[in-house]
Design a protein around this ligand. Structure first.
Ligand SMILES: Cc1cc2nc3c(=O)[nH]c(=O)nc-3n(C[C@H](O)[C@H](O)[C@H](O)COP(=O)(O)OP(=O)(O)OC[C@H]3O[C@@H](n4cnc5c(N)ncnc54)[C@H](O)[C@@H]3O)c2cc1C
Ligand code: FES
Ligand code: FES
Length: 1406
């Protein structure tokens, strides 16, 4: 009313003015709202598809999480969540509207925050190509080179390779020949250095990568389905799926246009604040400082500054942050400036960009400080991590979290300074001062890093402004070197120790004088990298002589002392000594080797093209230098069985379309679970509470033993030997035991919440836990071994010992565990169905057992439980019984809540719960003749089986089976399967057999040492004759002609020039002090057993065929062999020669209600057994259809398959047939043979072992599919290599697993496989009782990896001979070497003080 009065009183002009003002206000408010909307909006593309997010999205959401839960692109996989496996790698592309350039690089989507990709384009493997639009040549080549087995790693591999090719093609290099990219072989080999694969052994993947390289020798590429070996190499390139550059557009036009028109995105002029201000991107330091004020943040709010967020891979986020502040848009932090004084790099600059910048510029000379820093940085993490990880983030973590940084160390030696903003001031500090400050608070910002230029010839620069002594140019030279010793040279491994040394040296007549050295050491278990000031002061101005070097080294050893609790402390100190020695040695009077002499020595010694033993040539090579050869004989007798066809489904695995359990979209209302695990081995659980955090507020319920329904049982796993509870009931039985199952709305919330659990334990009145096998013996805690599995001794041990000329009594060895490291962790999805039923999708090797356990747990009949398994992302035994508790917990939760429940275990929980391989302690006594013939062996073995039986009672028979590989004369044993309070150990590829393989070879080596003869001589001497084989393997040795081992052993020696190389190695070792080589040849005799297996074959109306089998596709190629067998077995019905039979066959996922009695997929024989079942089923179909075929053929000239099936349908012929194949008792077990020769080189300074070459010959019978079997041989060998050389699966004193992820558990990567890897599959012809004469390939070759361990031992023996005064201490020849023989283990055996001893020795001989 008042307004109306007021309005009426206004004149017309004022009225108009007022209306305009109101209109303006309305428009302004609408604009503001729009602007706000825009600011709260992010737009990006995934595979060309536009995504606009305007909802409030948790800013901690990772790109991977988003892709997998909110898009249809499931190609990127979660393998670790910590940047360590590469399964999640995608291509991220950024567009610059000014230059109109697109920048593309890989990122680990598990660590990339979704909000950080605003305005970017993401390409996943599906975006390269797919089954609908056609596959990309990368996908096709992965398939054609047989480079995808379980396929879980493959999409990530494809993206790493694609990025390498795509970026190489953008360079100005000359155009490559048609069909190739501009990638070089050396780049191709490293393209996948940050990606893990647990199945293939990498060799075929490297071939795929190389096949795109312009400088590849096409005939060097390995077995593939594009051409046959020996075919005219020149034409082969045309047979490869054609590659055309620039075919893929990584950045869609619509996004470019949006960026250009700036309707949203990437404004450089204002702070971008997304999702109700949980995500800020300030554009100046001042703005950043304001944002950090409590009034802006809110009191008590958790804020996180981020650049690449790769730090989250190291220091996991256990709770939510309220606000994220992205530093990448502050220009000062992203700038790189260069002048005569040096280079200034903004703290937010990525490591990749820093490398580029350091390599740029005219002043960059080979060997310059900048270049050496760049080279070192190139070994940090992986390409995809370096592409996002910032220099600043690294240094802040080094300063604040005591992170074992490489960057801090190398920059410290290079005299770097840093610019920080703290409080309200900017401070310039030396890096040393910065590192020495108390840990920075969350408001301290690292702005930039300044690396000074160093004049190569004289001092122009100074440290801390103090000029060092001037030397005339000609006489003064700058030396700068960086070092790191890490378990894997390239593949994502933090160093045991790193260091960098800078010094000017001047030459007097015949001596070098050190001027102002700067020596930095880090990562060895210190708070941060340090300058070794005392050593620097000691060296400064001194002439380098042996006594000076020795004294400097002693000072280093005293200074570089790891903190308490650091692993291998003495080893780390020895590395510091060794590296300083390596740096100064060429300058020390009396130690220098004239270059001329050195070169001569190299040519004399190094016929194998390896290292010269002085400079670390292997490591310095720019390429990995991988080569390989595959020899196999393809037979056509049972065509298409025997053909090396591509793996079924390999292309969809590569493109990311293959569906694994966690790729299935969540059903409506689906919940997620996470386990709370006990940290105590034997304790009463008084209660479980949760820290009050935002994560724990997300808990919906906790399922525990109390939720097991009436009539159900607390059961999580079972085997024929016993059962295991699902949850601890009152008292925990081992550390890692599930106590409860937290349910939340997402997997992330469930994981975070489970981490917040605080368990109240009470140990009162409880017996102490049994944590060692000795305690188990003391308390008689054993599992019974059923008599049918108890192996029997051979011969009379006492008699054998009496015949012996020499005896070794009670020698002890010990073996640790191994973790499966399947790339896909345990996973299941349970969906309640009508009428009290449950459908469970499980990644499992034995769905039938899962069905039984779930039914018993829920107290419902088996027919109410349907367990479905399509494919498994790697199993290796770990997805047999260990998968059952995971599926059962989901089913129980789903049953309780009547909602779908799923789980995808995080890597840490998986590692804690998995159990893994059996650790054990062994004591052996052996008697032997002077000629090397062993007359008697006795082994006492204590196996740590953990808390429940699982499959452990089979261990004694498995072990004895593998131990019998040699003729020991008499062989007796006492094997105890100890029950301990550890997680249950389970079958892992070659269970018991791998350990036995090691024991057998340890005995052989010991005997050889005792007799001072070559181990190979003892091996040969004690190989079985057919007679002794028959005695040792009674009833399963087969016919004499089937015993191929002696010929395999000799053939391999001839094909790999074993004897010649042994001589060459002797020469090499004679010439090299700090590198030694060893070579070893080992045989295997491996027993396998076949089990009954079902199969069903059905022909559909259109003539297509579906097959069901008991076996599960784990990546081992079971489906492929089954398809081939189906085609072969039905072949009498195909008159249609043109038909691609294999294309007509589809193998279906396992379904426990469709195909019963599926049993286990394990023991290497399920593929052949499944084939046998299919063959039986097909035979029935042939019988049914043959009469019809014959009668139709009389009527028609040409009878097509389709016509036959059409008629069969009309005449109601039953077109489905099932069979249960039961192996004949007499052929249930058989022996497999093979041999391997490995040659290694060890570095006596670091303890690093490089496998120079491995040759394997494996008798595969008439392989069902040589490509698949070759993949099994290579993959198994590399997995065995991990066991023998790298993988440490460790527990704390309570038995809780502490190797919790990719940071501490190192499986082989492409840089740790044999440099030359040759495999021959021997076709040993007809085996009457085998399935189409085939033999197993899944497990036996793993045992051959012991050859690497043995070769390493040989090399160490040489080192000990040289450095231990020729065995005067009695330990030169005979010593035991731990498994895995990691770098510290090798170095320890070569003596941790070998450098000091060498120098002392020199002095004493003067
Ligand atoms: C798999 C893997 C392997 C690795 N291997 C190695 C290795 O071998 N050697 C090695 O040296 N490093 C290694 N790293 C570490 C890697 O270099 C760092 O994670 C990375 O540099 C951190 O940079 P970022 O931008 O991702 O930091 P973010 O993760 O974004 O941040 C890390 C921390 O630093 C803070 N921060 C970042 N920038 C600033 C700034 N300018 N001012 C103040 N605070 C800041 C953040 O708040 C956070 O606390 C590895 C990392 C991963 C994931
Ligand atoms: S899941 Fe991202 S690196 Fe492993
Ligand atoms: S194929 Fe690489 S992990 Fe299985």
């Amino acid at each position: 009313m008042v307004y109306q009065l007021f309005y009426r009183r206004l004149g017309i002009v004022h009225r108009l003015l007022l209306l305009s003002f109101i209109l303006f206000l309305l428009l302004f408010t609408e604009r503001e709202r729009e602007r706000e909307r825009e600011q709260n909006q992010m737009v990006f593309a995934v595979n060309g598809q536009r995504f606009e997010l305007s909802t409030v999205l948790d800013p901690s959401t990772s790109l991977l999480d988003f892709l997998r839960t909110r898009t249809r692109f499931k190609g990127p996989k979660l393998g670790c969540g910590e940047g360590g496996c590469g399964a999640c790698v995608v291509l991220l592309s950024k567009y610059d509207p000014i230059t109109e350039q697109v920048e593309d690089h890989t990122v680990n989507s598990c660590l990339t925050l979704l909000h950080s990709i605003n305005g970017c384009s993401i390409t996943t493997s599906e975006g390269l190509g797919n089954s609908k639009d056609g596959f990309h040549p990368i996908h096709q080549r992965f398939s054609g080179f047989h480079a995808s087995q379980c396929g879980f790693c493959t999409p990530g591999m494809c993206m790493s390779l694609f990025s390498a090719i795509f970026n190489a093609d953008k360079t100005g290099r000359p155009d490559p020949p048609h069909g190739f990219s501009k990638l070089t072989v050396s780049e191709a080999e490293k393209a996948i250095a940050g990606n893990l694969c647990r199945c293939t052994g990498y060799r075929p993947i490297v071939d795929v990568c190389k096949s795109f390289a312009s400088d590849v020798e096409i005939e060097d590429l390995g077995l593939n389905s594009f051409w046959r070996k020996g075919e005219n190499a020149n034409g082969n390139v045309d047979k490869l799926p054609s590659y055309r550059r620039n075919e893929i557009h990584t950045f869609p036009d619509f996004l470019k246009n949006e960026i250009k028109s700036s309707t949203c995105l990437m404004s450089e002029t204002e702070n971008e604040c997304l999702t109700e201000c949980h995500w800020h991107s300030p554009i100046s330091v001042e703005e950043l400082q304001n944002l950090l004020e409590p009034k802006e943040l809110g009191i008590g709010k958790r804020v996180k500054l981020v650049v690449g967020n790769t730090g989250a891979g190291i220091y996991k986020e256990l709770d939510h942050y309220d606000t994220y502040i992205d530093l990448r848009r502050i220009p000062e932090l992203s700038a790189i400036k260069r002048d005569s004084k040096g280079i200034e790099i903004g703290a937010a600059v990525t490591i990749s960009k820093a490398i580029e910048a350091l390599m740029e510029g005219k002043e960059i000379l080979p060997g310059s400080v900048f270049m050496k820093i760049a080279n070192h940085m190139d070994k940090i993490a992986s390409v995809s991590i370096r592409n996002t990880a910032s220099l600043g983030g690294n240094l802040i973590m080094a300063q604040r979290n005591q992170f074992a940084s490489d960057i801090a160390t190398i920059l410290l030696a290079a005299g770097t300074s840093v610019n920080i903003h703290t409080g309200s001031e900017r401070i310039l500090l030396t890096l040393e001062e910065f590192l020495n400050r108390p840990p920075c608070d969350s408001k301290t910002i690292l702005l930039s890093i300044h690396i000074p230029s160093w004049n190569p010839g004289r001092n122009t620069c100074s440290e801390n402004g103090n000029s060092i002594k001037y030397m005339p140019m000609k006489e003064t030279q700058l030396l700068f070197e960086t070092y790191r010793a890490a378990p894997r040279p390239l593949g994502n491994a933090v160093a045991y120790l790193n260091c960098a040394f800078l010094a000017y040296v001047s030459r007097t007549s015949d001596e070098f004088v050190v001027v102002s050295p700067q020596l930095a050491f880090g990562a060895y278990g210190t708070n941060h990298a340090i300058r070794a000031r005392k050593v620097e002061r000691f060296l400064a101005g001194k002439s380098l002589t042996v006594p000076v070097l020795l004294e400097a080294i002693r000072l280093v050893r005293a200074m570089v002392v790891p903190k308490e609790g650091t692993s291998s402390p003495a080893y780390r100190s020895s590395l510091a000594v060794g590296f300083l020695f390596d740096f100064l040695r060429p300058l020390v009077k009396g130690l220098m080797v004239p270059i001329k002499d050195l070169q001569m020595k190299i040519s004399d010694c190094d016929a194998n093209g390896g290292a010269n033993g002085y400079f670390n040539t292997l490591e310095n090579k720019s390429s990995l230098g991988l080569s390989a050869k595959q020899v196999l004989e393809v037979h056509g007798e049972y065509f298409p069985v025997g053909k090396p066809t591509e793996k079924a489904g390999a292309e969809i695995q590569a493109s990311g379309e293959a569906v694994y359990v966690d790729d299935m979209p969540s059903p409506q209302d689906c919940l997620h679970g996470a386990f709370i695990c006990s940290t105590k081995p034997l304790a009463r659980v008084k209660g479980i509470e949760f820290n009050s955090t935002s994560a724990s507020k997300r808990i919906m319920t906790v399922v525990s033993v109390k939720d097991i329904p009436r009539g159900g049982k607390n059961i999580g796993s079972l085997s024929i030997f016993g059962r295991e509870p699902l949850f601890a009931d009152d008292v925990t039985q081992f550390a890692g035991q599930p106590l409860g199952f937290v349910i939340a709305e997402t997997q992330k919330y469930a994981n975070m919440a489970a981490n917040q659990a605080v368990v109240d334990y009470d140990m009162e009145n409880l017996e102490p836990p049994i944590l060692t096998v000795e305690e188990a013996v003391e308390r008689s805690s054993f599992f019974e071994v059923p008599s049918f599995l108890s192996p029997t001794p051979i011969g009379d041990f006492s008699k054998g010992m009496a015949e012996a000329d020499h005896k070794i009594l009670s020698s002890k060895i010990e073996l640790g565990s191994q973790y499966y490291f399947y790339m896909e962790t345990q996973t299941a999805l349970a969906i309640p169905d009508e009428d009290n039923c449950m459908v469970v999708y499980s990644s499992c090797q034995c769905p039938e057992n899962a069905q039984q356990v779930i039914a018993e747990c829920l107290g419902i009949p088996h027919h109410n439980v349907r367990v479905i398994t399509r494919r498994v992302g790697g199993g290796f035994g770990g997805k047999a019984l260990r998968a059952l508790p995971v599926a059962t917990a989901c089913a129980l939760a789903a049953y309780k809540l009547q909602r779908p429940v799923r789980i995808y275990l995080d890597r840490k929980t998986d590692m804690i719960m998995a159990g893994g391989r059996h650790p054990m302690k062994i004591n052996y006594t052996v008697g032997f003749k002077s000629d090397g013939k062993i007359t008697a062996l006795h082994t006492d073995i204590l196996i740590n089986a953990g808390i429940s039986e699982d499959i452990s009672p089979i261990m004694p028979s498995n072990m004895v089976g593998a131990l019998k590989r040699y003729n020991w004369g008499a062989f007796s044993f006492d094997i105890k399967v100890c029950k301990t309070n550890h997680s249950s150990k389970s079958a892992m590829r070659g269970p018991g057999e791998v350990q036995a393989s090691f024991i057998a070879e340890a005995v052989i080596e010991h005997v050889a040492s005792a007799l001072s003869v070559e181990a190979d001589f003892i091996r040969k001497k004690n190989l079985h004759t057919f007679e002794s084989l028959n005695l040792f393997y009674e009833g399963i040795a087969g016919e004499p002609v089937e015993y191929t081992l002696p010929s395999v052993f000799d053939k391999l020696a001839a094909s790999s020039s074993f004897h010649h190389r042994t001589e060459m190695i002797k020469q090499f070792n004679g010439c090299n002090k700090w590198k030694k080589r060893g070579i070893s040849r080992v045989p295997i005799v491996h027993e396998v057993r076949l089990r009954p297996t079902p199969g069903r074959v059905s022909i559909l109306n259109d003539g297509s065929i579906v097959v069901e089998v008991g076996g599960i596709e784990l990546g081992q190629g079971l489906w492929t062999k089954v398809k081939q067998m189906t085609a072969f077995a039905l072949n009498r019905l195909w008159s249609d020669g043109s038909l691609d039979v294999l294309e007509r066959v589809r193998v279906l996922q396992a379904d426990t209600l469709s195909m019963v009695q599926g049993g286990f997929t394990a023991g290497s024989t399920t593929s052949e057994a499944s084939c046998a079942a299919v063959q039986l089923a097909c035979n029935v179909l042939v019988e049914r259809l043959m009469p019809l075929k014959e009668s139709l053929q009389q009527q028609m000239e040409v009878l097509s398959w389709d016509a036959l099936i059409f008629q069969a349908n009309l005449q109601s012929v039953n077109l489905s047939s099932s069979a249960l194949w039961i192996p004949d008792y007499s052929s249930m077990q058989y022996l497999n043979y093979g041999a391997a020769i490995s040659e290694v080189e060890i570095d006596l300074i670091t303890g690093a072992t490089t496998i120079l070459r491995t040759d394997i010959t494996y008798d595969c019978g008439q392989s069902l599919n040589p490509a698949v079997d070759l993949g099994q041989v290579e993959g198994a060998f590399v997995q065995g290599l991990g066991f023998f050389m790298l993988e440490q699966y460790e527990t704390n004193s309570d038995g809780l697993v502490v190797s919790e992820g990719t940071w501490t558990y190192k499986i082989p990567t492409v840089d740790t496989i044999p440099k030359q890897f040759n495999v021959e599959l021997l076709n040993s012809g007809h085996h009457k009782k085998r399935i189409l004469s085939s033999k197993a390939s899944g497990e036996p070759p793993l045992l051959l990896a012991v050859s690497v361990h043995c070769a390493t031992r040989e090399a160490i023996r040489e080192a000990r001979k040289e450095h231990f005064c020729n065995g005067s201490d009695g330990s030169t020849w005979a010593f035991q070497m731990k498994v895995p023989a990691t770098m510290p283990v090798v170095k320890e055996l070569c003596r941790l003080d070998n450098v000091e001893r060498y120098l002392e020795n020199m002095l004493s001989h003067r």
